[in-house]
Ligand binder design. Structure first.
Ligand code: ATP
Length: 235
């Protein structure tokens, strides 16, 4: 469904990604784990069209997305939940969700968004008219995911959804990701929380200093946890 091949990305003289290749199959949940500064956000932002690569290929459902405007990429069914959530705090929860609906390019309706929120995001359904800034950190993360899901993506790019959340809320967010995946949405999840992400994902890649250092299935990586930890920590 998603193929990234030999991807390189620079910020001036800094090479943030060097020849990264990965793939996500139909309906798969794939994680990219790595420490601070490994290039995880750069990877997702480049796939989502927010950053232009200096080399390599990115194809979604067989067509290149390199050079395609971010809003066109969303309309093609690839949705990003950015790091830090970026919700509009002074707008209501419902208005934030409407922005997601507007980004869908007509592929979904308000009734479908209402149904999704009722079914999958009951906490948000209770606060639809309240300001989004009053939600807790975990609820704001749910809103960021719901806003992206409102555009009905076939694949979700999730940038560190557990960041800054208490352990119980991390559990809730990971369970939500698991449910969305079980309902058929493919997911590319990037996380510093390697152990949790590897347990959740069908397959994972370890990204270190802009390159893929290791990859494997859930069973394979957990079976060789020591080597994965050593690779992750780089020692
Ligand atoms: P974190 O978990 O801290 O968000 P990350 O794995 O997502 O880290 P990136 O944010 O993608 O990593 O950063 C990768 C590298 O690119 C780092 O060396 C970072 O300093 C650099 N970098 C990221 N954004 C910029 C920018 N706008 N200008 C210059 N360098 C940048």
């Amino acid at each position: 469904m998603l193929t990234v091949d030999g991807l390189s990305v620079r910020y001036g003289r800094i090479e943030a990604l060097r020849g990264v290749s990965l793939r996500v199959g139909e309906g798969e949940l794939v994680a990219v784990v790595g420490p601070n500064g490994a290039g995880k956000s750069t990877l997702l932002n480049t796939i989502a069209g927010r950053k232009y690569p200096s080399g390599g290929r990115i194809e979604f459902e067989g067509r290149s997305v390199v050079g395609v405007a971010p809003e066109r990429i969303v309309a093609r069914g690839l949705g990003l939940v950015p790091e830090g959530r970026h919700i509009f705090e002074t707008l209501s929860v419902g208005e934030n969700l409407k922005l997601g609906l507007m980004a869908s390019g007509g592929r979904t309706t308000q009734a479908e968004v209402d149904e999704l929120v009722e079914r999958r995001f009951p906490v948000l359904a209770r606060y639809l008219n309240g300001p989004a800034g009053r939600l807790s950190g975990g609820e704001q993360q749910q809103l960021a995911i719901a806003r992206t899901m409102a555009a009905k993506p076939r694949m979700l790019l999730l940038d560190e959804p557990s960041l800054g959340l208490a352990p119980l809320l991390v559990d809730q967010v990971f369970e939500l990701v698991q449910q969305l995946h079980a309902e058929g949405t493919a997911v590319l999840l990037v996380e510093q929380n390697a152990q949790r992400a590897v347990r959740l994902a069908d397959r994972s890649y370890v990204l270190r200093s802009g390159s893929i250092a290791m990859e494997g299935s859930r069973e394979g990586l957990l079976g060789d946890f020591e080597r994965m930890t050593t690779t992750y920590l780089g020692s």
